[in-house]
Design a protein around this ligand. Structure first.
Ligand SMILES: NC(=O)c1ccc[n+]([C@@H]2O[C@H](COP(=O)([O-])OP(=O)(O)OC[C@H]3O[C@@H](n4cnc5c(N)ncnc54)[C@H](OP(=O)(O)O)[C@@H]3O)[C@@H](O)[C@H]2O)c1
Length: 275
């Protein structure tokens, strides 16, 4: 039976590579993006490689857009086997500087967008008695850093949601996994939104320090196809693990977090990242 996959945020980076990787594994893949004017490159590759890949419009911030995309998939294929919740962006700004609108917008995409998709698609997977939901979190879903509380909080929320889902959906044959990439070389860092620190903000220095550190790290990031490979391998596994870490930086930080006390880890991170 033909298996069907839906990937959000396929216009670039991890979503782009994951949609192609799934299509190459013979999933009929709906590569969704909010702006289909960005579809040319993925369509060109799909055509060249003769892949079963179709671009559809989907903005995770908009309920109507999600409903309409899922309806199209249902009408065309009548099933969904894999949902990759990948669409997301980052936000710089310390907690006193960040506006409530910025914070809400960050959660709208990185968290509520995921919940909307799950609510729309889980009923189909439950009825099928099978399916896998892949939530692209981050090392930032388990480790806090300064100057990015909006992003970090949205990914911590996504981790909590994913843990709950595993208990709720597994009795119906629906699996949930979390992907935790470290720094990946994509458009992510150049697309990050920035709350302009207030003129007299005491956080100007730390915000700039973190932005510079992140920029430097992004140049040495892991290629996005590594994340795509991890996702494809995980969904092909009979009993996938709850979490998959991608990148040696992510492994290093998460291993240190596991081995150290909270205070030891905080001091380690300050030394590693900000001195
Ligand atoms: N890069 C990293 O270092 C890294 C590390 C850990 C986790 N991640 C996570 O990986 C995921 C993908 O990021 P990436 O690194 O591949 O960055 P990217 O190249 O910037 O891709 C982000 C994708 O999300 C899409 N998107 C943003 N808001 C959307 C919305 N409202 N509706 C639909 N699509 C939307 C973007 O679409 P447009 O092209 O229209 O903007 C783009 O396709 C994100 O969830 C991110 O948090 C990234």
């Amino acid at each position: 039976m033909e298996k069907v996959a839906l990937v959000t945020g396929s216009s670039s980076g991890i979503g782009f590579e994951t949609a192609l990787a799934l299509a190459r594994e013979n999933y009929f893949t709906f590569a969704s993006m909010r702006n289909t004017n960005k579809a040319e490159k993925i369509q060109e590759i799909a055509k060249k490689e003769n892949l079963n890949l179709e671009v559809i419009e989907l903005d995770v911030d908009k309920e109507e857009s999600i409903k309409s995309a899922v309806k199209k998939i249902q009408e065309k294929k009548g099933r969904i086997d894999v949902l990759v919740n990948n669409a997301g962006y980052g936000h710089f700004g310390c907690v006193e500087d960040v506006t409530m609108d910025d914070l809400r917008a960050q959660f709208e995409t990185n968290f509520f967008g995921v919940v909307r998709l799950i609510q729309e698609i889980a009923p189909t997977m439950r009825k099928q008695g099978s399916g896998i939901i892949v939530n692209v979190s981050s090392v930032a879903g388990r480790i806090g850093f300064p100057a990015t509380p909006a992003y970090i909080s949205s990914k911590f929320a996504l981790e909590g949601l994913s843990e709950c889902m595993r208990y709720e959906l597994s009795p119906f044959g629906v699996k949930t996994i979390i992907i935790e990439p470290g720094v990946i070389k994509t458009n992510f860092f150049s697309s990050m939104k920035v709350t302009k620190a207030k003129q007299d903000s005491p956080y100007k220095e730390i915000t700039e320090k973190v932005m510079n550190a992140v920029k430097m790290m992004s140049e040495m990031g892991t290629p996005p196809d590594e994340v795509a490979k991890t996702i494809v391998n995980a969904i092909k596994t009979e009993d996938p693990l709850p979490r998959y870490i991608v990148g040696s930086d992510a492994s290093m930080f998460l291993e240190a977090k596991k081995m150290k006390t909270d205070i030891e880890f905080e001091n380690y991170l300050k030394k590693e990242l900000f001195t």
